[in-house]
Design a protein around this ligand. Structure first.
Ligand SMILES: [Zn+2]
Length: 426
């Protein structure tokens, strides 16, 4: 990609109307564009980051034997009436088709997935299994805030597991808990905790929220030195004492980026999902469900890591791995060389962006901070005199102070590949 063709509007100077630092940097860097209150277009930069996060999620969900599916955004009202939630979920957006059919925009997919699994599940031998999707959802929230933190339309990974016994559900729930820890860590998030939560609208018994501890969060969470962590629903907010050890808990703000629930039989009973047990009886499976806000994870990374110059990604989430910046010289050598390096990297399958525009160096560097490729190769007359190109890093949570500050003109390909692998921890 050449920077002049990148369909992204970056802003110089201050951004008006953004409520948090991360939101400001998402707008300044042109990662998101508000199409309506609570609905955003992801720009080529934002979409690249989101797809990278999705790929991390896919790998980890497949790693715990998840099977990816795709359910529709819209469903008929009938399955929501069947589960009993048609009139009780306040964020459910309803509309009528021209033929008079009642539809909903799914804010979550328990009803749709149970309806699907009814067509598949026959015997206990098929369980356990988990299906998941990465899909758009709509919640008719009364208020929207802070960019991608609370939106009406959003991309979510939602997963549903099916079990014969509570013990089996708990085993799988713990596997999923560990997978979530790996996902958020691979995304470069540092201060994520899982807290015990109430199951709310979802029904069921045990639930955890994955919260990024951050002052910009809209949730209040309580952490105790004994290790107990919970959200405000499960403690007495007057006294703020730990239900486990009785000490006063530490109150912090959090951004909820994921949640996992032990649903029990709420949906399998209400929607009559059954299987044949070993002794020939018809039984309802026990379910778990597991969500991650994908766009919100991107927003959370920006809240936690962006500096005053722009977002900072790690190699796994960055929109581009490398930016090649050509600084024009009098002999006309630098720009063709920058273009050659760009073409070489691109041919090797490395996500690369080229800035060969006729602009001041300071302007190009400021723009590069917004695009935030972890590796920047700078082709200037000064370094060419030493048969070298300059290397700069902008990367989340890795100390690059000992990394090379220049690559050789004959060796930049292998040096770039080595550095990418190193930044990926490989
Ligand atoms: Zn405690």
């Amino acid at each position: 990609m050449k920077i002049e063709n990148l369909c992204v509007r970056r802003l110089i100077g201050d951004v008006a109307g953004a409520t948090t630092h991360g939101h400001k940097m998402a707008v300044k860097g042109g990662y998101i564009y508000q199409t309506f209150q609570g609905g955003y277009t992801l720009s080529p930069l934002g979409w690249r980051v989101v797809r990278n996060i999705e790929n991390i999620i896919r790998q980890e969900m497949d790693g715990i034997d998840g099977q990816e599916i795709l359910m529709p955004v819209v469903s008929g009202a009938d399955i929501w009436r069947e589960s009993g939630r048609y009139d009780t979920v306040d964020v459910l957006a309803k509309f009528k088709g021209r033929s008079g059919t009642d539809y909903v925009l799914n804010p979550t997919h328990e009803e749709v997935v149970v309806d699907y699994v009814k067509s598949v599940l026959e015997t206990y031998r098929q369980m356990p299994f988990m299906v998941y999707q990465i899909q758009t959802k709509f919640r008719d929230e009364l208020r929207a805030r802070a960019g991608l933190i609370r939106t009406r339309e959003f991309i979510m990974k939602d997963a549903y597991s099916f079990h014969e016994t509570q013990d089996d559900l708990e085993l799988y729930y713990n596997r999923c808990h560990s997978a979530y820890e790996r996902i958020f860590s691979r995304c470069g998030l540092k201060n994520v905790v899982s807290v015990l939560s109430s199951t709310g609208d979802m029904g069921g018994s045990v639930a955890h929220e994955f919260q990024l501890i951050n002052d910009m969060g809209e949730d209040t969470i309580f952490l105790c030195e004994c290790g107990f962590k919970t959200n405000k629903e499960l403690i007495d907010e007057e006294t703020e004492t730990c239900p486990k050890c009785g000490k006063k808990m530490n109150k912090v703000r959090g951004i909820e980026i994921g949640n996992i629930f032990q649903l029990g039989k709420k949906y399998s009973e209400s929607m009559n999902l059954t299987y044949t047990s070993p002794d020939g009886e018809q039984k309802n499976p026990i379910m778990g469900c597991y969500g991650i806000g994908v766009g919100r994870t991107m927003a959370a990374i920006m809240e936690e890591s962006a500096d005053d110059k722009g977002p900072i990604w790690n190699m796994a989430t960055a929109p581009f791995a490398v930016e090649v910046i050509g600084l024009p010289d009098k002999e006309g050598k630098t720009l063709p060389l920058a273009e050659k390096i760009y073409n070489d990297l691109k041919s090797a399958g490395i996500e690369t962006i080229l800035d060969n525009r006729d602009a001041r160096a300071g302007e190009k560097f400021a723009d590069a901070d917004l695009i935030a490729a972890p590796i920047r190769l700078i082709v200037s007359a000064k370094n060419l005199a030493n048969n070298a190109i300059e290397v700069k890093y902008r990367v989340n949570d890795i100390d690059t102070s000992e990394y090379k500050t220049s690559f050789g003109l004959d060796t930049y390909m292998s040096e770039t590949v080595d550095t990418i692998l190193k930044l990926l921890g490989k």
